[in-house]
Design a protein around this ligand. Structure first.
Ligand SMILES: *[C@@H]1O[C@H](CO)[C@@H](O)[C@H](O)[C@H]1NC(C)=O
Ligand SMILES: *[C@@H]1O[C@H](CO)[C@@H](O)[C@H](O)[C@H]1NC(C)=O
Ligand SMILES: *[C@@H]1O[C@H](CO)[C@@H](O)[C@H](O)[C@H]1NC(C)=O
Ligand SMILES: *[C@@H]1O[C@H](CO)[C@@H](O)[C@H](O)[C@H]1NC(C)=O
Ligand SMILES: *[C@@H]1O[C@H](CO)[C@@H](O)[C@H](O)[C@H]1NC(C)=O
Ligand SMILES: *[C@@H]1O[C@H](CO)[C@@H](O)[C@H](O)[C@H]1NC(C)=O
Ligand SMILES: *[C@@H]1O[C@H](CO)[C@@H](O)[C@H](O)[C@H]1NC(C)=O
Ligand SMILES: *[C@@H]1O[C@H](CO)[C@@H](O)[C@H](O)[C@H]1NC(C)=O
Ligand SMILES: *[C@@H]1O[C@H](CO)[C@@H](O)[C@H](O)[C@H]1NC(C)=O
Length: 767
């Protein structure tokens, strides 16, 4: 079992990390940057070889390994060295392998026949009760088709799962669907899967952490995977809360569906680490195991080219098998162009708020009440506590002055002046509550202006206030003889929502400029979901809180909401392609208000809007796309025939496709994106085709909303269908004059018939 004492030996670092995971301070990125690269150093590399040969033609694990060893032998010079270096052979869903290679050997391999790309196996990061009701998706609607949901299997690639959680109990579940080919990697600490949790495997090539740090099994030490799995497809549980906070029912998007966990992230000293090589191995299995959907709440710090990005590669081969991959947009917002996981064939999910704020009231002795933000599970016992400012109570003899103690740096506080008191500190990424706790303080007030939309859990009674609110506290401290204060337990008042979280990564899409990303947004702020019962709330050795539910934030939390919605659509339309399902979600999304504070980045923040699962099961029309359509896009992105044939495994050819910068406009995408240069007038054409999945005889009319100064036309502007599955095409033309400064303009094309509205955002970015 976990010993927090061993796992969390360095509370300061690990707690910082905990904070880091969900708001993504870029420490990790810096670690990558300062990494020295020496030719002599062997590093784990992924050699990606595109489509695997068909198993029907005698292709097997053995033939794959033999091929990979031959290739490795030709660079290493001996079979033995080849065998030593090979870590994985991918062979089921795509071809390739992971091996320890020097950069010169990696270079040699990249020139070999059959190789698409060779890249170092780096690491990626991990990026409710109310949340489903908030998106207009009540439990009653889910329960209407629980029977159909039971055929759906959601694959989750994450930190593992806590199988004993009520969210994954199989009470009431029928037999495992017969299509299921996956397995359960049982160990002493992970005895079995069940009819709800139908599969669980783990993948670990990392040289660290030491096995004692994490369960060498699919069991979840960190909590992230248990949380995301229960959000996607956890059972409906009544009376869930975090010590009474956010009390209500907890349920996944498709409570009747099954879950398969693929554990690829491992608790390490710095942060949970998930290696590219392991992620690809998980995709190789999950696709072949016949999951219906993959939810992956992981991502790199920056967007990568599609065939050097393991999540894009995995999602591509999943798409070919009809599996839609829901992936997180990233937690590097609000900078423009920060979105990751932006492949056109995946669903890229931003994070937004729900209508519930985690408010922890700060009461001052002069009766002033300040609405702070935090997840404070404590009820402070005394009516009042003495209040001091960290800057006034430096441990002078310890060598600290007020510069350190104002931000409550570790060790900087004088314990004789802090004991039993509430301390006011400016935020500094070294957990003010650690030093306050060490000095014997009773609670902490943290001044922080960024991230004012997301609440965090602290080790002490704590609340976070703005510097403006801080002025009230300072003036009280400076005027009162013996200032006193109290921090109240968190309450959850209603607020206006949805607003895109400040941490949620924003478009534009840096890899394909004219495919709008993110695609959609879903709840990802202060989300309550299941938690392993042996994982503490914070990573202090003295932590005593071990809840069954936890409230955390990130695009990690929104991604499984979208995956759950995908599962819900699939339970009605098992035959829809990944593109059709994505289209249904995007064109029926709840339209967000760009004038609300936080939504100023418009579509770059929320894509088509907030998911609306109930509407998405009956979208009227869908924008469909298949493998060939994505191949055409890749041709225009400069991939050549040789590479593409490897990726697709057939004789795809770019011969008839003119490479052009505007090729992405031809992809039948449910959104429209123009990327244009400043001070140049522009004209952009978007051919589109919709498939009728609504009413056989139906006539849709185009409703255009054009940004001012821009002409948008659609030809024809009426689509008359006579049968289901009929396809009709149209062209959208967008013309604009010269734009002089960086501008983001928003409009929309909506096809309307009876109660159907099929809306595509039109986004124009001039830079
Ligand atoms: C709900 O949970 C709380 C604690 O989380 C408990 O005190 C209470 O008794 C529960 N209520 C019901 C009806 O089960
Ligand atoms: C605070 O409010 C209470 C009750 O409303 C009142 O009795 C008390 O005098 C007030 N104290 C100050 C300092 O205003
Ligand atoms: C001040 O810091 C020193 C050095 O860390 C420590 O030994 C001492 O206990 C601290 N004093 C107080 C009063 O907190
Ligand atoms: C505190 O000490 C640091 C380094 O010794 C110094 O740079 C800083 O100016 C000092 N601050 C104050 C308020 O004296
Ligand atoms: C949060 O911060 C943003 C940007 O600094 C600001 O515009 C907004 O008003 C703040 N919101 C609250 C509730 O303080
Ligand atoms: C295709 O691209 C690969 C890798 O960039 C290159 O080695 C090869 O020569 C190209 N083939 C053609 C036909 O352009
Ligand atoms: C769209 O425009 C292209 C040429 O730009 C034309 O060939 C095609 O027929 C048009 N499609 C429709 C449906 O009007
Ligand atoms: C938009 O259309 C109007 C009317 O046809 C025309 O006068 C104007 O020049 C067009 N604007 C642009 C930017 O093309
Ligand atoms: C639209 O109306 C039809 C017929 O009344 C109904 O069957 C369908 O469910 C409705 N669809 C939506 C999206 O409301």
């Amino acid at each position: 079992m976990i010993s927090t004492a061993t796992a969390m030996a360095a509370p300061t670092i690990t707690y910082l990390l905990f904070f880091m995971i969900f708001i993504l301070i870029m420490l990790h990125a810096q670690i990558f940057c300062i990494e020295a690269s020496s030719d002599e150093d062997k590093k784990l590399h992924v050699v990606y070889m595109g489509q695997a040969p068909s198993q029907d033609n005698g292709h097997s694990y053995t033939t794959a390994v033999a091929l990979h060893l031959d290739m490795l032998e030709s660079v290493h010079g001996s079979r033995e060295a080849a065998e030593d270096s090979l870590k994985y052979s991918y062979w089921k869903s795509f071809g390739g392998f992971a091996a320890m290679l020097s950069s010169s050997h990696a270079q040699q391999l990249s020139n070999m026949d059959g190789v698409v790309s060779v890249f170092e196996s780096k690491e990626v990061q991990l990026l409710t009760t109310r949340s489903w009701d908030f998106v207009g998706f009540p439990a009653s609607a889910q329960n209407n088709n629980l029977g159909y949901q039971s055929d759906i299997i959601i694959g989750v690639i994450d930190t593992g799962i806590w199988p004993e959680s009520e969210s994954f109990s199989d009470t009431g579940f029928g037999p495992v669907p017969s299509k299921w080919k996956g397995g359960c990697h049982t160990t002493a600490d992970f005895p079995a899967c069940n009819k709800k949790l139908v599969g669980a495997k783990f993948y670990r090539t990392l040289p660290y952490p030491a096995p004692s740090f994490d369960f060498l099994s699919p069991r979840d030490l960190f909590g992230h995977g248990t949380h995301t799995s229960s959000t996607a497809a956890g059972n409906h549980i009544k009376n869930a809360s975090l010590y009474g906070i956010a009390k209500g029912d907890s349920r996944g998007g498709v409570p009747g569906a099954r879950i398969a966990m693929y554990k690829v992230c491992w608790v390490a000293l710095i942060a949970p680490a998930c290696s590219y090589a392991d992620i690809l191995a998980a995709f190789d299995d999950a696709i072949d195991d016949s999951v219906d959907i993959i939810s992956i709440s992981l991502g790199s710090n920056i967007a990568l080219n599609y065939f050097e990005d393991v999540i894009a590669i995995g999602a591509f081969h999943a798409m070919k098998k009809g599996i839609l991959v829901s992936n997180s947009a990233g937690n590097s917002g609000p900078n423009k162009g920060s979105v990751v996981n932006s492949s056109p064939w995946s669903l890229t999910v931003a994070a937004s708020t729900i209508d519930r704020k985690m408010e922890s009231e700060l009461l001052l002795g002069n009766n002033i009440s300040i609405q702070g933000l935090s997840i404070n599970t404590y009820t402070m016992e005394q009516p009042w506590y003495p209040l001091v400012y960290g800057g006034d109570v430096a441990n002078i003899s310890g060598g600290f002055n007020s510069s350190y103690s104002s931000i409550c740096e570790p060790g900087s506080l004088d314990s004789t002046k802090v004991k039993g008191k509430i301390v006011l500190c400016y935020y500094y990424p070294d957990e003010p509550d650690d030093s306050v706790y060490s000095a014997g303080g009773a609670g902490v007030i943290i001044i922080l202006d960024s991230l004012n939309d997301t609440a965090f859990t602290w080790f002490n009674p704590a609340t976070v206030i703005s510097s403006k609110q801080g002025e009230l506290v300072f003036s009280y401290i400076n005027s009162a003889r013996s200032p006193i204060a109290k921090i109240q337990k968190t309450t959850t008042p209603k607020i206006s929502a949805p607003i895109v979280a400040s941490f949620s990564s924003r478009g534009y899409n840096p890899i394909t400029l004219e495919i709008l990303k993110p695609d959609i947004t879903a709840p990802g702020v202060d989300i309550l979901a299941s938690w392993p019962s042996k994982t503490p709330l914070t990573y202090y050795t003295e932590e005593t809180r071990y809840p069954d539910f936890n409230i955390i934030s990130g695009t990690s939390m929104s991604c499984p909401h979208a995956a759950g919605a995908v599962g819900f659509i699939k339970s009605y339309h098992n035959d829809w392609s990944p593109a059709a399902i994505k289209s249904a979600l995007m064109t029926t999304a709840f339209v967000m208000d760009p004038t609300l504070v936080g939504n100023g980045d418009a579509e770059f923040g929320y894509g088509a809007g907030q998911i609306n699962p109930l509407m998405a099961i009956d979208p009227g029309l869908v924008y469909d796309a298949n493998v060939d359509d994505y191949i055409n896009l890749l041709c225009t992105e400069g991939y050549n025939d040789t590479t593409l044939r490897l990726v697709t495994g057939d004789s795809s050819s770019c011969d008839f496709i003119e490479p052009s910068k505007i090729g992405a406009r031809k992809l039948n995408y449910p959104s429209i994106m123009v990327f244009t240069a400043l001070e140049k007038s522009f004209q952009a054409e978007f051919p589109r085709t919709v498939t009728n999945v609504g009413v056989a005889k139906s006539t849709y009319k185009a409703i255009l909303s054009a940004p001012s100064g821009i002409n948008v036309t659609v030809e024809p502007d009426t689509l008359s269908f006579t049968s289901l599955n009929q396809k009709l095409s149209f062209n959208v033309t967008i013309e604009g004059g010269s734009i002089v400064s960086e501008t983001l303009l928003s409009g929309a094309l909506t096809w309307s018939y009876a109660n159907y509205t099929v809306r595509s955002p039109i986004t124009i970015y001039a830079i």
